[in-house]
Design a protein. Structure first.
Length: 263
């Protein structure tokens, strides 16, 4: 009798374990699907944002959406936010492109009992600026928090926070090469320009630019074009020899100074 009871208890325990394990697995699958749905919807929103799809971007907001920005204040309502998007970010002369830092993106589900009704998505992203006639440039970095809810059978954003805006760190993608010493020597000397003077000295396989007592190392990308690793600044040496040698300084590929070798 005791043996039967023990076996029966084990059977009941085993059945309950399988039952609760199945429930837990089912809940995990639901959560996983909800997270995938939010991320998919978020991806579509940013696609519309980056391509200035003003015809559909409003579909991602609730009517009473609120947008909190630490630089530009509070905006309320779908129509107001879409209108501002069209006016300020999607002109023929100016565009803004967003790029997420994938490793920072997290989704937290919001539930009522066991039912998912919303989600909080947060992370960090970069913004790139395009201006007519200019090359696109990395401009800013910020954190964001978006509250999504399920409404009218789809995920929509109801609260948006954009904050902690900062200049984006420069991401150097240039590669240094080796340049013969005899070529480097032709670039050495004192250069004068309209607003500054620069003394160029040589290191091992690079040049050292000295400005107002501060030293900056510039690296050769080609035999005539040099760059800083810390900022988007390039230095191009023009002229076949020291006679008439010039150095053109560019920031974001735009000329900011032209200097002439004087000695």
């Amino acid at each position: 009798m005791n043996t039967i009871t023990t076996k029966g208890a084990k059977l009941v325990f085993s059945s309950l374990f399988i039952f609760f394990w199945a429930i837990n697995l089912f809940a995990q699958n639901i959560d996983s699907q909800s997270i995938k749905s939010v991320l998919s919807r978020d991806s579509l929103f940013w696609l519309a944002y980056n391509t200035c799809d003003t015809a559909t971007i409003g579909d991602f907001y609730t009517d009473d959406v609120e947008f909190y920005h630490d630089k530009n204040g509070l905006s309320k309502g779908r129509d107001n936010i879409v209108s501002s998007f069209k006016k300020n970010l999607c002109s023929d002369d100016f565009r803004l492109r967003r790029e997420a830092l994938d490793s920072t993106i997290h989704v937290f589900l919001l539930k009522n009992q066991d039912s998912v009704y919303g989600a909080i998505l947060n992370g960090e992203h970069y913004f790139y600026v395009w201006e007519k006639g200019k090359k696109e440039r990395l401009d800013g970095w910020a954190k964001f928090t978006h509250t999504w809810i399920q409404q009218n059978g789809k995920w929509q954003m109801t609260r948006i926070l954009s904050y902690d805006h900062k200049p984006a760190p420069y991401l150097n993608k240039r590669k240094a090469v080796k340049v013969p010493t005899k070529i480097l020597d032709t670039y050495l000397g004192q250069y004068n320009g309209p607003s500054t003077s620069v003394l160029i000295k040589r290191g091992n396989q690079n040049l050292i630019q000295i400005v107002n007592g501060k030293k900056f190392t510039i690296y050769p990308e080609t035999a005539t074009l040099f760059f800083l690793k810390e900022h988007d600044l390039t230095f191009e040496f023009l002229g076949k020899n020291k006679a008439g040698r010039k150095m053109v300084v560019r920031q974001n590929d735009e000329i900011v100074e032209e200097l002439t070798l004087i000695k």
